[in-house]
Design a protein around this ligand. Structure first.
Ligand code: NAD
Length: 280
């Protein structure tokens, strides 16, 4: 069998950025420059790296990005107040609450202070509820990126069996909802799923979103299946690896997303598209 096709996210991300840049320019011309606010309360270095990369990508698209750093000792009350203030601020169109959060502050609690119309990363439980009810809402950008990438590469979802590995509120669960919406038959696996390879090995598409480097091997993948690697796990050398053991899966799968360069760039591009959508 020939090695897996590499499902790059770069081309789709570039197309999305181009469209977003044009929409951002039109908004700015119309006197409504799009603005994203990122609320941070951590000294975590990989989080800081991620926030800087969003700010750079936003600037390239003509979107202003304010980083509101409340410091690693910020209280839940202070974070909630800042999110409520930004939700009221007419000059701000999108709000992200960056994780990790200080002890005593939970994303699920605080995200309800983000106005749903500005909730560009679908963190407010109202956004997830609306997504489940098939009402207009911003989906978490990573979950949306999984589906966008599959569609971009012409991978049929209707009637296909998709196994999602991970049930988090930010990735696994919303990805499962979006895949159901595309008429896939979805199985959601998690840390208590016994015999993971038996489940994923029956799927046409495997979405790995567990945050466990190398979790998915050839033994988890049916020959020729499509594998989407959502994992972004920092290595001690400062690199990034996915949840898929690419060396073992590549000779075996039909297609596989690279890490980096797969889901990641599409996620950032969709996040910025949500900001212009919110401003429009
Ligand atoms: P999380 O820790 O909140 O959730 C992990 C999920 O995986 C849990 O539901 C857990 O039950 C499941 N899991 C853990 N170990 C497992 C195992 N051995 N077998 C089966 N299931 C297992 O993580 P998250 O926030 O959902 O993120 C998942 C991964 O996606 C991480 O690597 C994260 O860095 C990455 N991520 C990437 C992007 C991107 O833009 N590419 C964005 C967000 C998150």
């Amino acid at each position: 069998m020939s090695p897996a096709l590499a499902l790059s996210g770069k081309e789709l991300a570039a197309a999305l950025r181009e469209e977003t840049t044009a929409r951002a320019a039109a908004l700015t011309e119309g006197g409504r420059p799009p603005r994203l606010a990122v609320v941070v309360a951590t000294a975590d270095e990989s989080s800081a790296w991620y926030v800087r990369s969003i700010a750079r990508a936003a600037a390239k698209c003509g979107i202003a990005c304010d980083i509101r750093d409340l410091g690693p000792d910020a209280s839940a009350a202070a974070l909630r107040a800042e999110l409520a203030r930004l939700s009221e601020d007419e000059a701000v169109h999108g709000i992200i609450l960056q994780t990790p959060l200080p002890a005593g502050a939970a994303l699920e609690d605080l995200a309800s202070a983000i106005a749903p119309g500005k909730d560009v990363d679908g963190a407010n439980p109202v956004s997830l509820g609306r997504l489940a009810a098939r009402l207009p809402a911003f989906a978490p950008a990573t979950a949306e990126a999984v589906v966008a990438l599959l569609e971009h590469h012409g991978i049929e979802l209707t009637g296909r069996h998709v196994a999602v590995v991970g049930r988090s509120t930010v990735v696994g669960k919303p990805a499962a909802l979006l895949l159901l919406d595309r008429n896939a038959t979805v199985t959601v696996c998690h840390s208590r799923t016994p015999d993971l390879p038996a489940v994923t090995g029956r799927a046409d598409v495997v979405v790995a979103a567990a945050g466990r480097p190398g979790l998915i091997t050839a033994a988890h993948v049916r020959p020729g299946a499509v594998v989407i690697d959502v994992g972004t796990n920092p290595t001690p050398e400062g690199g990034l690896v996915g949840d898929v053991d690419a060396a073992s899966v590549t000779p075996h799968a039909g297609a596989l997303t690279p890490v980096p360069g797969g889901v990641g760039p599409v996620t950032t591009a969709l996040l910025l598209r949500h900001v212009v959508q919110a401003a429009e």
